[in-house]
Design a protein around this ligand. Structure first.
Ligand code: MN
Ligand code: MN
Length: 465
């Protein structure tokens, strides 16, 4: 072992240095990271929409002995419950032994919706011997990224008689997939001179769903009729039923390990299932004295609106119901509660280094990442957690040896973004953002590190301890 000089010792004691979690973890811990990633990949493949992710979370909760909760149900200490909101968001919680008014609730909030291409309400048409579905994209996408890749169709249709049918086609190897056409480069001279948002426009994101003409000379739109016949045969649908349907085209690829060493995971919808899964499993797997709650919510990608988004009163109601069940003042419970708003952050990418301040950017594999603030321009639209709360969370992580880092989204004025943090902090709950760094965020196939995934799980566990 080489001897450290006095200056080196001082430097080590006084300087802040981030460390690669793969490097600091022993062989045993590395094995745990890889093992944990297997469960996560299965969760991703099971849930490509908020409805499916909600169902997948409920199945995991049931396996761990969690029971359904309805507003007003009596509760007792030690209860393990899950609350489903309209099939699109789910809250799992454990009632701890500590006093609710003094100790509050430890909350983790993440989202299970992801950017995608939604099918319009009157979508079906035929042109050029092909049948298409018109779409309206959901969330912030680079539209040109969604052409010429295999897509699967997911969602639910409410038929005229009120029955609900679930559709999921394109994920099984034996399934057909769907497709959005792109222009050949040979004829792409005009297209390639457009700005990025115009290379492929919203009304060009039409999903190809058929090409076989119906065998009847008298019919005008023969390919469309073939598709309608199949939809009717398989799902009992007519064209009018699209009006009361929520169908989405999402990438058909499964989650896969990336790299010779399998250090990374490529998948659709890491944002934000890569935080939702650790939040869920942290609550399901760990008994604690605190009352703990993980909310997996919908609609974050379009502003957290609606009955299933974080702005909905239902989450506040739930905190109130839990408080009332123990005769506690909801105001006191909220004031004593703490929250990790758990969403992904931008990972430093050497291919696009100019948009990052490297000192304040999340580095791949350096652990889960805290964003004291998000927002745009002068921190506009940000929760901006207090130094006191950041200090408290920091001590929790230090105590449990969590490898983590801090960052902001990118260079000042390079852009910006928000999370659900501000909707929770307005309830008088101390909240800070924490989540997994993602490469190619909002692309059809995003990238994360297994070390950062596992570190996020350990961070949640430390927060709940
Ligand atoms: Mn997100
Ligand atoms: Mn997002």
């Amino acid at each position: 072992m080489s001897k450290q000089s006095e200056g080196q010792k001082k430097e080590e004691a006084l300087s802040y240095r981030r460390r690669n979690y793969f490097e600091t973890a022993g062989a045993e811990e590395r094995e745990k990271m890889f093992e944990y990633a297997e469960g996560y990949k299965a969760f991703l493949d099971a849930g490509k929409t908020e409805r499916e992710a909600c169902d997948a979370a409920v199945r995991l909760a049931q396996e761990k002995g969690f029971k359904p909760y309805r507003m007003g149900d009596p509760l007792k200490k030690g209860d393990k419950r899950y609350f489903v909101n309209r099939g699109k968001s789910v809250v799992v919680f454990r009632v701890g032994t500590r006093d609710l008014e003094e100790d509050g609730i430890r909350l983790i909030a993440s989202h299970i919706d992801a950017p995608r291409v939604d099918i319009k309400q009157n979508p079906l048409y035929e042109d050029g011997n092909m049948c298409f579905l018109k779409t309206h994209y959901y969330g912030g996408i680079k539209k040109y990224q969604w052409t010429a890749i295999p897509l699967s169709l997911h969602g639910a249709v409410i038929l005229a008689d009120g029955r609900k049918v679930e559709i999921r086609v394109g994920d099984e190897p034996s399934d057909p997939v769907f497709y959005i056409n792109d222009l050949l480069p040979h004829l792409g001279r005009d297209q390639m001179s457009q700005t990025g948002d115009k290379i492929v426009e919203g009304e060009q994101l039409n999903v190809l769903v058929g090409g076989l003409p119906y065998a009847d000379e008298e019919v005008k739109d023969k390919v469309k009729l073939t598709v309608l016949s199949i939809l009717n045969e398989k799902y009992g649908m007519t064209e009018e039923d699209f009006i009361s349907a929520e169908l989405s085209a999402v990438p058909a690829f499964p989650a896969r390990d990336v790299g010779f060493d399998r250090a990374l995971i490529g998948a659709y919808g890491h944002d934000d299932r890569v935080c939702a899964y650790p939040a869920l499993t942290a609550v399901l797997d760990n008994e604690t004295e605190h009352t703990v709650l993980a909310a997996l919510v919908d609609k974050e990608e379009i502003g957290s609106e609606g009955t299933t988004g974080m702005k909905c009163q239902v989450y506040e109601d739930l905190i109130e119901e839990i408080s009332l069940a123990f005769g506690a003042s909801v105001r006191k419970v909220r004031a004593a509660s703490k929250c990790l708003s758990s969403d992904v952050t931008a990972c430093f990418d050497p291919n696009f280094a100019n948009v990052y301040d490297k000192r304040n950017a999340a580095m791949l594999s350096c652990g889960t990442c805290m964003n004291k603030f998000t927002g745009a321009r002068g921190k506009s639209g940000s929760n901006d957690a207090s130094a006191e709360f950041v200090g408290e969370v920091r001590r929790m992580f230090a105590q449990e040896g969590v490898v983590w880092q801090t960052a902001e989204l990118g260079k000042v004025d390079a852009g910006g973004g928000g999370t659900v943090a501000m909707f929770i902090s307005k309830l008088n709950i101390d909240t800070v953002d924490l989540g997994v760094p993602v490469i190619s965020m909002h692309a059809p196939y995003e990238l994360i590190s297994k070390a950062d995934l596992y570190s996020t799980y350990l961070a949640f566990r430390a927060f709940m301890k």
